[in-house]
Write a protein that binds this ligand. Sequence first.
Ligand code: ZN
Length: 99
Amino acid sequence: MATPSGSVPFASSCSAMDVPYTTQQYRKRKIKQQQLGVHTRKYTKKSDKIMCKKCVQERTSAIHRQYFGNWYCSTTATTSFEAWKELLMDRGYGRRKDE
Ligand SMILES: [Zn+2]
């Protein structure tokens, strides 16, 4: 009943020609991932413009003012710059907390 080892030419040749289904799926997935990867990693030119998160436009100094790391956007702001600044001061900005 002993099967002589190393004498299975049929089985080996078969596996070499026939790629298992799982391997096919794996290869397909890998190709797809590579394609997706290429797609997502597509080179995008980084804009020099700084965009405002509030009005989603270029953060120009004409309508934007900075106060202690906070940006005031006059396009979307509901308060005046002075009022906004006071609000930040109330939160502790622009003030040294020595106590
Ligand atoms: Zn803005």
